[in-house]
Design a protein around this ligand. Sequence first.
Ligand code: UD1
Length: 427
Amino acid sequence: MSAQPDSAKESFLVTGGVRLTGEIPVSGAKNSVLKLMAVALMAEGRTTLTNCPDISDVPAMADVLRHLGCTVEITGDTVVIDTPAQVGHVADDKAAQRLRASVCILGPLVARHRRAVLAMPGGDAIGSRPLDWHQNGLSLLGATTRMDHGRLVAEADELRGAHYKLKFPSVGATETFVTAAVLAKGTSVLENAAREPEIVDICELLSEMGAQISGAGTSTITVEGVDELRPVSHRVIGDRIVAATWAYGAAMTRGDVTVRGIDPMFLHVVLEYLHSVGADVETGPDHIRVRQDRRPTARNVRTLPFPGFPTDLQPMAIALAAVSDGLSVVTENLFESRFRFVEEMVRMGVDAETDGHHAKIRGRDRLDSATVWASDIRAGAGLVLAGMCADDVTEVCEIFHVDRGYPDFVQNVRSLGGVIERVPTYR
Ligand code: UD1
C-alpha cells in the first residue's frame, strides 16, 4: 500500500469544466475494513481480509493492532492479522488518536480480555462524538467503565448477556455492544440497532468466525454468546460512499460514470435522489451507472441513519446543490459540526448560508475557482467535486484528510477524464 505520508502539506489542483465519463471500480469500505481488523483481535491466529482499500487509515489501524501484540502484513489489497494467544489491553495513545475508528477495538478487547484502556480517539472534526452509548452497552453487559486522564478504561470480571435499547441507532455503539456480546454468557438483544451495510459485514465476519448472531441489518440484533472464535478469511464489502462520490461527480459535471464493485441496494435512497435531480440511473447486481445531460434540479436532502441519506454524502449533496437550478435545503441530523466546509465553498462563490443544522443553497450555473481547505475526508472530496464545476483551477489544501478515505484518488479522478494534480502546498 502506498498512501502518501506527507499529504498534510500537499494540495490537489483541480481544473474545472471537464465531464467525468467512464468506468471505475471501488474497493472495500473504509468503515468496514477498520472494524473487521479490530474483530481479528477476538480470535487467536491468522485472519485474512481481502478487497481492502489503499487508504492511510488502514496502516494506521495496523499500528494500533501491532502495539497490542498482533503481527499485521499488508500486501496489495490483502491484510493478514496474526493475533497471539495473549494481546495487550492498553492501546498506544499516539496510534489510537490518529484515527476515530480505533474506538472499535473497545468491544473486541473487553470481549476477549475483559479489559481495555483507550485514549479518546481522534478522526474527523465533524462534531463532539461522545462514547456514552458505548459505555452504557458495556455496563449492561457487566463491565465498569471510567475516564482516567483522558483514557477510557473498561473492565469486567465476566460478561453476561443483556438487553440494550439504543436512544439512536449509533453505528459505533452497535458495534461495541455486538462484539462484546459475542463472547458474553447467554443471550443479548440490541434494540434500535444501526442497520448500515458495514454492520452487516462485521456481523457476517463474526458469524463466519463462529459467533451466533441474528437480525443484522434490522433494528433488533440478537446474540447468543459463544466461548471462542476462530480466525477466517473474509472479503470486505464495497465502499458505498466512494461509489456515490463518483456518481455525484457524474451528476455535477453532466457526465456518465459506471461504478463497479458496489451493491446498488446500499445506495437505494441516494440513487433515488440523483434520479430526482434529473440523472438517468441504471443498476446491475454489482454496479451503478449515473448519466446527467442537463443542469440538476434543486432538491432538499436530510441526512438520516441507514437506509436514509448518509451524512457522509452531505458535502456531495451541498456541492451538487451549489450548481443546481433553484434553492435546496440540506438538513444535517447526525453531526453538529458537519457544515464547517460550507464556508470554504462560499469562497468558490457558492451561494449558501447555514443556520443550526440546516444549510440553504441557491444554485449557480458555474462556480469560481479558489483556494480552499479540506476539514474532513468527505468535505475534501466534496470540495474537489465543486472544483470540477469552477471556471479555472481550484486548490484544495490539507488533502491528507482525503487520503484517509479515498484510495488512489488522483488516479481515479484521472481515469474518469478529470484534470487533477497532487502538488506540495506552497504557503
Ligand atoms: C460512523 C462512521 C461515520 C458515519 C457515521 C454515521 C466509522 C469509522 N465512521 O461513525 O463515517 O458518518 O457512522 O453513519 O464507521 N453518539 C452519541 N453517543 C455515543 C455514540 C454516538 O451521542 O456513544 C451520537 C454521535 O455524536 C452522532 C450520532 O450518535 O451524533 C451518530 O454517531 P455514530 O453512528 O455512532 O457514528 P460513528 O460510529 O462515530
